[in-house]
Design a protein around this ligand. Structure first.
Ligand SMILES: Nc1ncnc2c1ncn2[C@@H]1O[C@H](COP(=O)(O)OP(=O)(O)OP(=O)(O)O)[C@@H](O)[C@H]1O
Length: 269
């Protein structure tokens, strides 16, 4: 069963008239992870933000987006806000941008959870503490009293994953969630995403430049170039027998990069 179906999605810039996404059709199977790969500017983020209806106001979109059969592209802004967080949750590249810099992390978490649940302050703290401990964040109470800039990128990403654990959305869209992190935090955050899926059985769309991560986490891969889907398939098939020259190029350059990295760092890494 497909939990999400995107049909003929077009996104264009109202100011310049430029078409950014040229009619994408794809689906996400319930419980599976779909990776979207492609070079910078190929339209991965715009596609995901279009699903969430979070693109900037100069971008217009058309097409149908069916979440469990319901056409969410037709929902009002208010109805869509209710879907975000509870049903579809987006985790961004830079944890910092997801938080309001002027208030401590706990305020943001409480406000988000209060939008969707009738929980008391204590109940929210209890649930968030449990989730934060489960993603290896020490001293949750202390973290909730910190401003975003007082936490590292890796910690903020883990706070977002902990929030997702509490919200239990049916779909998580992660837009390069590890790009802004150092190698060790990247590894740990990817592990947390894998556990998140195991624990919640949620469906996931995962955008990443890192094909090593994609191979580890995704069931299916969709390749984008210049606003179009040029290839899609099971992850192993994409890595072993890509059909499109562009996909072959992406896979070979990434594998070359990763073997270069291993050489530089020593084969043991
Ligand atoms: N608000 C906007 N107004 C005009 N053009 C935009 C806007 N947002 C994105 N674009 C353009 O849309 C195209 C696709 O951008 P998008 O961010 O989806 O690429 P991407 O594949 O996610 O790249 P990256 O890997 O670098 O994040 C780019 O040419 C970008 O400049």
């Amino acid at each position: 069963m497909n939990i999400l179906e995107v049909e003929n999605l077009k996104v264009w810039d109202n100011n310049s008239g430029k078409e950014i996404i040229q009619g994408s059709t794809f689906h996400l199977k319930a419980g599976s992870c779909l990776a979207i790969v492609g070079e910078s500017g190929s339209g991965k983020s715009v596609t995901c933000r279009a699903i969430m209806r979070l693109n900037r106001s100069n971008l217009n979109q058309s097409g149908d987006i069916l979440f469990k059969g319901e056409n969410i592209s037709k929902l009002s802004t208010k109805e869509m806000r209710k879907k975000r967080g509870r049903n579809l949750c987006m985790i961004l590249q830079n944890g910092m941008s997801a938080f309001d810099p002027s208030c401590v992390v706990g305020v943001h978490l409480r406000e988000t959870l209060a939008e969707h649940f009738n929980w008391s302050r204590n109940e929210i703290a209890r649930r968030m503490t449990g989730a934060m401990e489960s993603v290896m964040l020490k001293n949750p109470a202390d973290i909730m009293n910190k401003y975003p800039h007082q936490l590292s990128g890796g910690m903020l990403q883990r706070v977002m994953i902990a929030l997702a654990l509490v919200l239990e959305p049916e779909i998580i869209i992660a837009d390069e969630p590890t790009t802004a992190l150092d190698t060790i935090s990247q590894y740990e955050v990817v592990e947390q995403f894998i556990r998140l899926r195991e624990r919640m059985g949620c469906s996931m769309i995962f955008i990443s430049h890192d094909l090593g991560v994609v191979r580890k986490i995704a069931d299916d891969v969709m390749v984008m170039k210049d606003g179009e889907i040029i290839e899609r398939g099971k992850t192993e098939a994409i890595f072993k027998e890509a059909q499109h020259e562009y996909t072959k190029y992406l896979v070979s350059t990434r594998l070359a990069l990763s073997s270069h990295f291993k050489k530089v760092m020593g084969e043991g890494c």
